[in-house]
Design a binder for this molecule. Structure first.
Ligand code: 3MF
Ligand code: MG
Length: 433
């Protein structure tokens, strides 16, 4: 045991009347929602990078957090893991997520870095034997080190491609060894700064082959989890190739991977792409590639990826409505890819940020479930398309322009516009949220 959390006791559900800050008011893991435990719907995960590795820097200033495990030895990495599992226990968290660079010190060579990774993976594996917390996903950090400044898979230098492929192999091994339920790829540097030095065709071919190798390796080692791409339009690259869900789907189709790879959708990334979170979720669900979510918002005014904990029940309810409508998570979950504000120095801040976010998500989930159970929204949606139930109308989808032209003339078709009833549906929505 470390003394980092100063004896904070495990957080329990005490209901909306709770008086302590250190209580769940709405998140009750055992409460049944649409026939399933709340914990099994939400599948919360703590992100190792923001919670334990991020030093509190911003573009104008350095480290604000002074954590006793900040350092680059294996002993520091083990203390970081000890503190991580203490937070998981305080929160009763079912899952965590990590990048290789969050959990191990960098070595002097690839082999030494990999040996460090596997040493810490063994250590985390031992801790997991006596913990309820499982691995939602693992991933490789292919964006922080200077070698990745011009990309990983899409780098013009084949040696960086090689380094990245070798790194992903060891991170997939690590994820599989810890029983990970997914493996994520986020391509922060897979994009460009200027077209003046960039060959888009080559970079797309490299990215396509790289992802195909990831899928081949998954099958080779018998990894049962899902492979997920995390879309983001820009930041750190000026333009990123995995811009949004629609772009990723086009890329997957191009390389024949649409049945092998799904998406991990982040609220903040959706906002950066000029979409709502629910748009990205609904689109992924309709394409059959909805995998998992990163539940962290951006600041709407700054235009930056500020990775803040969620605080808006109405906004998050729209997201869980789409997730529930799609049948809920299978291997995916709700990862808080969220960091404290850099002035939030206290260990209590780290605990209570998660407690508040989990309560927001729980309220949102319950509101979304109540709306689905009520059913009126889905009845209204179905009614709007009811004309397509008639066989002569459905037949148009396998017909041709000539035949439809003849039908319009023969039947004197002359459509009468009908109300979309948006405000009435918004009123219904707001009665639940
Ligand atoms: C960046 C992100 C990433 C991804 C993570 C997964 C550093 O905006 O969201 O967090 O979630 O890298 O690979
Ligand atoms: Mg993310």
């Amino acid at each position: 045991m470390t003394d980092f959390f100063r004896g904070i006791a495990p957080i329990r559900h005490e209901g909306p009347e709770a008086t302590s800050e250190f209580a769940y008011r709405h998140y009750d893991p055992d409460e049944m929602v649409l026939g399933k435990r709340m914990e099994d719907h939400l599948r919360f995960a703590v992100a190792w990078w923001h919670s334990f590795a991020w030093p509190g820097t911003d573009p104008f200033g350095g480290q604000t957090f002074q954590r006793p495990w900040f350092g680059d030895t294996l002993a520091d990495a083990r203390m970081k893991a000890d503190v991580a599992f203490e937070l998981f226990e305080i929160l009763g968290q079912p899952f965590f997520c990590f990048h290789d660079a969050d959990i191990r010190p960098e070595g002097a060579s690839f082999a030494e870095t990999e040996a460090n990774l596997m040493a810490i993976v063994d250590y985390i594996g031992q801790k997991m034997e006596t913990s309820r917390t499982k691995l939602l996903w693992g991933t490789a950090n292919l964006f922080s080190h200077r070698r990745f400044m011009a990309g990983a898979a899409t780098n013009p230098d084949p040696e960086v491609f090689a380094w990245s492929a070798a790194t992903v192999k060891s991170c997939m091994d690590a994820t599989a060894r810890l029983g990970g339920q997914n493996y994520v790829l986020w391509g922060g540097r897979e994009g460009y700064e200027t077209l003046l030095n960039t060959d888009l065709s080559r970079e797309a071919e490299q990215a396509g082959r790289f992802l195909s190798m990831v899928v081949e390796y998954k099958h080779k080692i018998g990894f049962k989890g899902a492979i997920l791409i995390e879309p983001k339009p820009q930041e750190p690259s000026k333009h990123q190739y995995d811009y949004d869900v629609a772009t990723v789907y086009g890329f997957l189709k191009r390389f024949g991977l649409e049945n092998e790879v799904k998406v991990n959708i982040e609220q903040g990334h959706a906002i950066l792409a000029g979409h709502s979170f629910e748009h990205e979720l609904a689109l992924a669900a309709s394409l059959g590639i909805l995998g998992s979510i990163d539940m962290n918002r951006n600041d709407y005014q700054s235009g930056w990826d500020t990775d803040q904990f969620p605080d808006s029940v109405p906004e998050i309810a729209r997201a869980y409505y789409e997730i529930l409508r799609a049948g809920g998570f299978t291997t995916g979950g709700t990862n808080f890819d969220a960091k404290l504000r850099r002035q939030s120095l206290d260990p209590e801040d780290l605990v209570l940020a998660h407690v508040g976010a989990m309560d927001v998500c729980a309220r949102a989930l319950k509101a979304a479930a109540a709306l689905l159970e009520d059913g009126r929204l889905e009845v209204a949606r179905a009614a709007r398309y009811a004309g397509w139930d008639a066989p002569e109308n459905r037949a148009m989808l396998t017909s041709d322009l000539d035949a439809i032209h003849a039908r319009v003339i023969a039947e004197g078709i002359n459509p009468e516009p009908r109300s979309g009833r948006q405000e009435r549906l918004e009123n219904l929505w707001n009665r639940f949220v």
